[in-house]
Design a protein around this ligand. Sequence first.
Ligand SMILES: Cc1ncc(COP(=O)(O)O)c(C=O)c1O
Length: 424
Amino acid sequence: MNLYNIKHPEEQVTFSQAVRQGLGRDQGLFFPEVIPQLNNIDELLELPLVERSQKILGALIGEELPKATLDEMVKNAFTFTVPLEKVEDNIYALELFHGPTLAFKDFGGRFMAQALAAVRGDGKITILTATSGDTGAAVAHAFYGLENINVVILYPKGKISPLQEKLFCTLGGNIRTVAINADFDACQALVKQAFDDAELRQAIGLNSANSINISRLLAQVCYYFEAVAQLPKEKCDNVVVSVPSGNFGNLTAGLIAKTLGLPIKRFVASTNVNDTVPRYLKSGNWDPKTTVATLSNAMDVSRPNNWPRVEELFKRNGWNLSDLGSGMLSDSETEDTLKAMNAEGYVCEPHGAIAYQVLKDQLKAGETGIFLCTAHPAKFKESVERILGIQLSLPEALDKHNQLPLLSDEMDNDFAQLRAYLLK
Ligand SMILES: Cc1ncc(COP(=O)(O)O)c(C=O)c1O
């Protein structure tokens, strides 16, 4: 697979290089030079998730990785189910939260970990990252147990929820977690200082496991196929998919699936009040405003960093951006939606609820709607319980970690100490 830097198309890399490097020159995003048209979609839709995903990723990545290696990577990454639940007659929820950290990030994160392990070469790798909560869990679980990859996660002591802390600080093995006596910004600054230290970077093979990594997006393509595969046959003709969007990685993956030939009629980009994209699609003006904190906090993004990839796909496919649906919900509308969904018997969390309502508002007669549920309601336990007036029980995966002792080290906000710790 060859990829080019969207900002500097003359910069071209292989899949392995793109996975190792993350970003190109000037922070440019890598994008596949060719996305093949698959001519066996019906056959693919008959296969189970893992087998189908091996074929899709094989077609995208090509012969750069031996087939057996890629097949193994997919098998190790996609170890959980993706149920499509009927919510209304013509509306379905694709539940992407049945992985170990109960969020859609398990797909991208776990596949990226496998990809990095496969292409890293001989040297050892240290993944260093700072987390204000959720990223830590996704990274820790994705890399847990991988040989010659050490993971160090910094987080602000006492400033993440006890449940979040339990989820990634109880693993041990190749995952080390450090509670820093400072805030999240300080943790991020420490990580940045480590990356700026060329000698340290070289000595421990520093890598960031950046969320912009192309391997994540490719993995996410697979669950769009799974959604259509699970739909009743008679509902497959006019499928509309609503994607709760922040950085627009998830939507990019859906558009790649459509480019491959998956029969999706159109997409709807659903946001909270941080609605740079819905406003842009209506007015043609790119006018990001100051980011506002909302209930759907993972979508509190006003400068979505994957947007150039979305535009690139529309341009290359000769599609018109006016065909991309969009809409946004305020927090009070999100609360109302959560209540209405609960009354219909479906407990959701704020991100999925936004995707549901925007879809419902725009779905036309004869269309079948799918909205993506990107996180388990228990991940947003406080708001969901407050809004719905119910008690959510912890899913087994969370409960298991909740019972285990914390294994974190503690450190002051001191780079010299961190450096010594990393070199240990
Ligand atoms: C629960 C949840 N929903 C939706 C999103 C938005 O996804 P994207 O940034 O790919 O648009 C995120 C992003 O982190 C998320 O965590």
